[in-house]
Design a binder for this molecule. Structure first.
Ligand code: NAD
Ligand code: TYD
Length: 339
């Protein structure tokens, strides 16, 4: 059995990754280390093969806890754990510094202490900042790091520590930088699940600014596969951009969701823009396609339909979240502007 250590595996992308790895391999055993913050949900781990998946509740900042759970013969560490929502980072940045920066450094120290063979850091295109709107510029692996939000600043800082571990200590590291993910089990604070869940409840859909900010969307399972191939085929010390060449304006995404749910566009409500709102992300992924032998396989139309279907069929999952502390968050974020 090949043992891998996955952090943040109860969240959106980490759980998609675990589902995929267990489905597509027979000889991989996963230790899923997750603090179960508001974004971590044990429901996301239902139906997993318990003989090859072990869940450990723990904080990546807690070195002793990580060392206790990290096996001596660990093949790879996949670091998905993070505070991941830009709006929350604007309200309060310190949790982002703690988990995303300090937590990553703790994991790097533990990887060295236990001789883990490879360390895969799940990063984001947002570390490269924002691109001009009407331009044919794209993010490449050589684009400068110019993070604009506290979230992206913390992810960029984490990347620096990963690089330093490679350069200083020779740790075998790989970094992936993916664009905006969508798919099943995404917490309904992010654009797509928020809009689906509000539309299903006939509540207003809050669109920031003029709605023309562009994101480069990728179906979560395509991202998960790229992470696996980065571990399998990536070169030590390299960065791999992951994107599906699928740029969309936010307003276009929101209208597509309303149309698919047969809901009126009158639910759209333009609200005050996010401070420091990045205008456009667009990823040039040809290095990843070439070197990792990866290609996205799910089209935007197919992926969005599958996502909407999942939220329709799993309304309990959504409602359990919407009934809890989420209400307070939602009120604080949107209460005044949606009156
Ligand atoms: P998420 O917020 O859905 O999940 C994060 C998970 O990490 C949760 O299960 C949470 O409980 C866990 N976690 C948080 N703090 C922890 C800590 N201190 N110790 C242990 N576990 C902790 O996030 P996501 O959208 O699944 O993102 C996963 C990773 O992918 C993040 O590193 C994020 O930066 C990166 N990423 C996300 C996107 C996207 O579109 N969502 C795009 C590119 C990269
Ligand atoms: P989000 O899903 O938060 O991802 P990120 O900020 O990491 O790209 O937001 C995606 C886009 O949607 C971003 O341009 C902000 C916008 N947005 C809204 O217009 N309204 C909302 O309520 C949210 C959450 C996001």
């Amino acid at each position: 059995m090949t043992k891998i250590f996955v952090t943040g595996g109860a969240g959106f992308i980490g759980s998609a990754f675990i589902h995929q790895v267990l489905a597509e391999t027979e000889d991989v055993e996963i230790i899923n280390f997750d603090a179960l913050t508001y974004a971590g949900n044990p429901e996301n781990l239902k139906y997993l093969d318990a003989t090859r998946h072990r869940f450990v509740k723990g904080d990546i900042c807690d070195k002793e806890a990580v060392l206790q759970s990290l096996p001596d013969d660990c093949e790879a560490i996949f670091n998905f754990a993070a505070e991941s929502h830009v709006d929350r980072s604007i309200s309060s940045a310190s949790e982002f510094v703690t988990t995303n920066v300090l937590g990553t450094q703790v994991l790097l120290d533990c990887a060295r202490a236990k001789n883990a063979r490879r360390f895969v850091q799940i990063s984001t295109d947002e570390v490269m900042g924002s691109l001009p709107e009407s331009d044919d510029a794209f993010f490449t692996e050589d684009s400068p790091l110019r993070p604009n939000s506290p979230y992206s600043a913390s992810k960029a800082a984490a990347e620096h520590f990963v690089r330093a571990a490679r350069e200083t200590f020779g740790l075998d590291t790989v970094i992936t930088r993916c664009g905006n993910n969508y798919g099943a089990r995404q917490f309904p604070e992010k654009l797509i699940p928020l809009m689906i869940s509000n539309a299903m409840h006939d509540e207003p859909l809050p669109v920031y600014g003029d709605g023309k900010n562009v994101r480069d969307w990728i179906y979560v399972e395509d991202h998960a596969r790229a992470v696996w191939l980065a571990y399998k085929n990536g070169k030590a010390g390299e960065i791999y951009n992951v994107g599906a060449r699928n740029e969309r304006k936010n307003i276009e995404v929101v209208k597509a969701i309303l149309d698919a749910l047969n809901k009126p566009h009158s639910l759209i409500k333009y609200v005050t823009d996010r401070p420091g709102h990045d205008r456009r992300y667009a990823i040039e992924a040809s290095k990843t396609e070439r070197e990792l032998n990866w290609n996205p396989s799910v089209s935007w139309e197919e992926g969005l339909q599958k996502t909407i279907d999942w939220y329709r069929e799993n309304q309990d999952w959504v409602n359990n979240i919407r009934n809890g502390a989420y209400r307070e968050y939602y009120q604080k974020m949107y209460g005044a502007s949606l009156k």
